[in-house]
Write a protein that binds this ligand. Sequence first.
Ligand SMILES: C[S@@+](CC[C@H](N)C(=O)[O-])C[C@H]1O[C@@H](n2cnc3c(N)ncnc32)[C@H](O)[C@@H]1O
Length: 297
Amino acid sequence: MTFAVLSEDMELTAKNLGMFKELLYERCHLSFPESREMLLRRWITQFAEKGKYRSINDYYRALMEDRQEFERLISMITTRETYFFRMPAQFEALRDVVIPAIVDREGSASMKALSSGVPHRMRLRAWSSGCATGQEAYSLSMQILDSLRYPKAWDVKVLGTDINRDAIGLAKLGRYDSQRLGKTPSSFVERYFTVCTPHEIVVSDEVKEITEFRMLNLRDLPGEESLKNSFDIIFCRNVMIYFDLAAQQRLVSALSACLAPGGYLFTGEGEVLHLYDHSLEVLERGDAVYYRKRAEE
Ligand SMILES: C[S@@+](CC[C@H](N)C(=O)[O-])C[C@H]1O[C@@H](n2cnc3c(N)ncnc32)[C@H](O)[C@@H]1O
């Protein structure tokens, strides 16, 4: 990217704002329609003042050169709103359709392996992409553990990723306000959480053991070779809302490439995929719409 000369004071001109927007789009695919520009203006000015930069130009330069400074702005910009078992109909589809289908597939593979004398460990991989503070990834882990008859016999891993470093730090802790358990079924609260203070509850070790978190910018997904064809289940919910149509299309294609053949993709309520080119099957169960990669792909 070329470095543009910005104003030498704290005034954020329309041209300056355009440069910040370009930087955010280029690095993270984050887009700011006019309706959100005011907000972006406020954040930029606040951070520039708080960081004691002498000018907006200096702040822009710091964002270009200093990763931590850039991440601080990203933490502010990206809304981390999330809660356990958000959109319960999707978790019901997981419980009633998706996990049983994976259990059948792995059961057949085990039988085949048995007859040919090759050992086979039943395996399930899930990914909460844009997991914020971890509630979605932990909900997936809890649902999977609860649905498997012999979870210890399985090799299960749930990955949670997000661009927001602070959010990933909190996700790893797995400590939450006990009043904010969202739509967690009460039997799950008893089984998969431990009370740690009168107001705090912590995710159990059994759940933490199968759940891993790391930072990942979804813009970089097409280059993540190790994730290709990997996941039986991907949740990417309430993340695309940050992207423009072109970036959303790239994300849908990249997520499809990360699904294992026959794998399932769950998106947010307002994020139905009919606007994009894709070859996923569209499935419905109750209020849940979700997608499946064809097994032969
Ligand atoms: C509103 S939260 C949604 C959390 C969760 N998926 C849910 O539906 O409850 C959106 C998350 O997307 C993350 N995000 C936004 N842009 C991203 C990007 N380019 N790469 C990775 N994560 C991103 C944000 O940091 C934020 O934590």
